[in-house]
Ligand binder design. Structure first.
Ligand code: SAH
Length: 349
């Protein structure tokens, strides 16, 4: 599929030149695209140009919001999007005092195989293009904006998929998102979560990309991590810490570690103490997460008192940490759950 939202302003100028258009047309068109308008709704663009672009198979935006579910607890909205090829992906909009954070997917499914995660149950279906990732932000932004506020102020690449397993498209997306002629979302307001593909973390820093890097650690010991996350067979915890430190030194951005607590597995005193040892002297932050129950996985999250004990060990040893608030728990908030449910229900019909 040819998507205009996949193009930078320069690429759009080049394309429109082939259609005999002056270069200001690209800016006009870009402003329609990032406002969520399809080709038929671009008022000040010549009709003949629109018709030719359509004839040649171009579309402005790569997705359509199929359904949305709003949490009655905290106003979190979960979106199901349909891609042009019928694939379904999902995203979540979280409302905070300072603005709206959208969690975007970077792949359909995921190849990483983490034992607690619903997104990876069916494996990787395909990568999303830069424009398909951007389309999620465009569509939700258009729906939620009013005259004084942007619909989306912050973006986290924490939905389905492993962003660094789709490196080229994801880095192009980071550029498009920050573009002054596009959505112009500040680079400071973007976070990227990875299960820890070390060479790619280093490459990201070397190539000058500076999202807040969030590393899914989930276990401080290699053997334990291997049982939870297959990626640990490829990289040791020591290598992962090395890559995270490199990222911090190169970008000056404090790295965040994600740690989902699984009852009786990674929530012990020994784990907390090893985590302290790993984090000592490193300017970083640890996010402790309530495990979301995924029925196919059967893993149980730690209870409040175990989480509290774990947190205290980190606190008492000077490791900056917080327990992440669980949002949208009444609307299948966990990664990949909603897409799975939707696909299963629609199969039955
Ligand atoms: N692949 C990337 C980004 C997507 S997952 C990564 O691994 O970081 C986003 C975050 O949600 C990760 O920290 C992941 O470990 C976590 N996650 C996935 N399923 C979860 C579940 N059932 N409960 C709690 N956290 C989960």
């Amino acid at each position: 599929m040819k998507l205009l939202c996949d193009l930078t302003l320069e690429e759009l100028k080049t394309l429109l030149k082939e259609y005999g258009q002056p270069s200001f047309r690209a800016k006009q068109m870009m402003s329609h695209i990032v406002s969520g308008r399809e080709l038929g709704d671009m008022s000040n663009i010549p009709k003949e140009l629109i018709a030719k672009l359509k004839e040649d198979g171009w579309r402005a935006i790569g997705i359509r919001i199929e359904r949305s579910f709003t949490s009655s607890i905290d106003g979190t909205v979960k979106y199901l999007y349909e891609l042009y090829d019928g694939n379904i992906i999902e995203g979540v909009l979280m409302r905070y005092k300072y603005g709206n954070t959208l969690c975007v997917s970077t792949q359909v499914g995921c190849a990483m195989g983490c034992r607690f995660c619903a997104s990876t149950l069916g494996g990787l279906v395909r990568n999303l293009s830069a424009g398909e990732i951007l389309s999620q932000v465009i569509a939700v932004s258009a729906l939620n904006a009013d005259k004084d506020h942007r619909g989306v102020t912050n973006v986290v690449l924490m939905g389905s998929g492993e962003p660094l397993d789709n490196y080229e498209n994801v880095t192009k997306f980071l550029g498009l998102l920050a573009s002054e002629n596009g959505l112009n979302i500040s680079k400071r307001n973007v976070s990227l979560s990875t299960c820890g593909l070390c060479e790619r973390m280093i490459r990201l820093a070397d190539e000058g990309f500076t999202p807040v890097l969030t590393v899914s650690l989930h276990a401080p010991f290699d053997e334990m991590r291997k049982k939870i996350m297959p990626v640990a067979n490829k990289y040791t915890v020591a290598q992962l810490m090395g890559a995270a430190k490199y990222y911090f030194e190169k970008t000056g951005r404090r790295v965040i570690f994600e740690y989902s607590l699984i009852a009786g597995e990674n929530d012990t005193k020994e784990c907390a103490e090893e985590l302290v040892r790993l984090m000592k002297g490193f300017s970083c932050h640890v996010n402790l997460i309530h495990l979301n129950y995924v029925k196919e996985r059967g893993l149980k999250g730690s209870d409040e008192s175990a989480i509290d004990k774990f947190r205290k060990i980190l606190d008492n040893n000077g490791v900056s940490c917080s327990v992440r608030r669980s949002m949208g728990s009444d609307i299948e908030g966990a990664c990949g759950q909603l897409r799975r449910k939707y696909i299963q229900e629609n199969k039955k019909e």
